[in-house]
Ligand binder design. Sequence first.
Ligand code: FES
Length: 122
Amino acid sequence: MAKVTFSSPLLHGEKTVYAVAGDTKTILALAEEHKIPIPFECKDGNCGSCLIEVTYADPTEKNGIHLTEKEKSRLKELGKLTAQEIEDAEVRDMPPKHRLACQFIARDEDVTVSFTGEPGGA
Ligand code: FES
């Protein structure tokens, strides 16, 4: 079971929720289910509104790092993903700092998801 802690100036403190093991919900779907206001428009990796910053409780547990081509290209366009981060993710299983909430699925790892509340403003 993944423990997902949401952190934002829009929340009063942090809010922690649990993703059921084997669940394939995106972070955005999990946030919506728990009424956590991550901005979004397309829900399809195109607009960049749902930009989040992700930190891992245990750096050795990183099961959700797979980046789709769509997410990679949108994050690059936003200036939130460097060539080094792409190489680190693909070759060394090191997750990038920024993700799109509509594309990222937390599996068994515990993460903190930060967002400002401004579209694309993580
Ligand atoms: Fe558009 Fe996630 S909602 S990229």
